[in-house]
Design a protein around this ligand. Structure first.
Ligand SMILES: [Zn+2]
Length: 441
């Protein structure tokens, strides 16, 4: 096993509070020789069968957040890990339409299908198939949405049991008239306090109670798209308030973000914050998800925290007062209720800041690049409990081959989660002669 030296960097400002540590890339799961063999199915992308030493499928309905909205899990949606949520003692992660359960403590993963006869190649029958951008845990069940052909292309709210069994359609969120035409849903609905918030194809922002009929949808407002070239949405909830952030490119090519406080009706729904105009948001992703989803923000305690133009900002949503907390290097971030984790691709670091703008330390990602020489880009996934989860594409941008890492920001340990199904995913044939698979780790 190739070892790499891990360097735990301390901020020059915080030397007294940090200790240097040295280590290596750790690896969860079985070594390559014990990785599960390919399933018997002829489907090239069917997920691998369960390993005998994989964690058990979760059965408990307990959930860390009772209201259905999981802040920490709602920050980023990498293309190849399009949905994630917390369960009891672990996380549910989506890759290529299939759900996996990861034990938080061990980092081990298991495909969320316990059917002994299933080869996981048939989306109709495999328990693990959900193919959604929306995933949360509420009332003892996993919730997701789907608008595939089996749902007549209409956005439908669905549930399954914590172990992936018992898929059920709860309600369709679109009337026949609401269906304008097929399009990929580029937003994540929000389930919060017994209601579901979502966007219809004619740009209406709506909510409905769980179990309601589509005729009961309440339209809170309609996006005025006359001055916008493209846009994306992110719902949020904090305290007693629900919000939606609209991130858009205006007709002059500038990016802006607008935060709307969502009430129970149009009369108590209003825009409460509007950003400056930026020449760009994020650092890439022009060609998927409208290219405007990389606006890192987080709302907690009535404050909006966001990252823009090389700075970390704090907005008091009650007074509107806006404060620049710190000048920073990096333009992708994850948040929790007490920290911002700033990912800098050029520096290959994750810097940790308190929500007062104080830098607490930084972790080097150099072990990742030492272990694989074909890392093309990395995308933050979520942060929880001081752990930062990072998805790194190998071979090409948005490659089907990727490695998932758990980085302990307190100790600097970098753990590669070897059960991640895309770790050993074969790249497309036309690229196979050019891509080096880092199987020598
Ligand atoms: Zn299956």
């Amino acid at each position: 096993m190739k070892k790499a030296i891990l360097i735990f960097l301390c901020s020059a400002l915080l030397l007294s509070g940090c200790q240097s540590t040295a280590g290596s890339v750790q690896s969860s799961g079985a070594p390559p020789s014990q990785q599960p063999s390919a399933p018997p199915s002829a489907e090239p992308n069917a997920p691998a069968a369960r390993q005998t030493d994989s964690p058990s499928l979760p059965v408990s309905g307990d959930t860390p957040s009772g209201d259905g909205f999981q802040k920490e899990m709602s920050v980023n949606h990498p293309f190849r890990l399009s949905a994630a949520c917390m369960g009891n003692g672990g996380y549910y992660l989506m890759n290529e339409g299939y759900l996996y359960y990861m034990e938080a403590a061990s980092g081990r993963m298991v495909l969320l299908c316990g059917k002994p006869e299933c080869d996981h190649s048939d989306p109709v029958s495999c328990n693990a198939w959900a193919n959604t951008k929306f995933l949360t845990f509420y009332d003892g069940k996993l919730w997701y949405t789907n608008s595939d052909a089996f749902h007549d292309s209409r956005l439908t709210l669905c549930t399954m049991a914590p172990d992936g069994s018992d898929h059920r359609d709860v309600q369709c969120l679109m009337t026949q008239e609401d269906f304008v035409g097929w399009s990929a849903a580029d937003f994540e609905p929000m389930l919060w306090n017994g209601e579901i918030y979502f966007i219809l194809q004619d740009k209406r922002v709506c909510k409905n109670r769980i179990g309601g009929e589509p005729e009961d949808n309440v339209t809170l407002f309609t996006l005025d798209a006359t001055d916008k070239l493209k846009w994306n949405w992110r719902f949020w909830a904090d305290g007693d308030s629900a919000y939606v952030m609209c991130i858009y490119m205006d007709k002059n090519g500038y990016y802006q973000a607008a935060l709307t406080l969502l009430g129970d009706s149009p009369t108590d729904t209003r825009e409460i914050w509007h950003s400056a105009s930026y020449t760009r948001v994020g650092e890439d992703v022009e060609f998927y998800l409208n290219g405007v989803d990389k606006f890192p923000f987080y709302i907690t305690g009535g404050h909006l925290y966001y990252l823009a133009t090389g700075a970390f900002w704090d907005v008091d949503l009650t007074t509107g007062a806006e404060t620049k907390l710190a000048e920073v290097s990096g333009n992708q971030a994850l948040f929790t209720d007490d920290a911002m984790y700033l990912y800098s691709a050029p520096d290959r670091t994750i810097a940790v800041y308190g929500l007062d703008g104080t830098q607490r330390g930084a972790v080097s990602l150099s072990p990742i690049y030492a272990a694989y020489d074909n890392i093309s880009s990395c995308d933050p996934v979520f942060a929880d409990g001081g752990m930062f989860y990072l998805l790194c594409y190998r071979g090409s941008y948005l490659s089907v081959t990727s490695s998932l890492y758990r980085i302990d920001t307190a100790t600097g340990e970098v753990l590669e989660l070897r059960d991640w199904p895309a770790t050993n995913q074969e790249p497309p044939q036309q690229n196979s002669g050019e891509i080096l698979i880092g199987a020598g780790l």
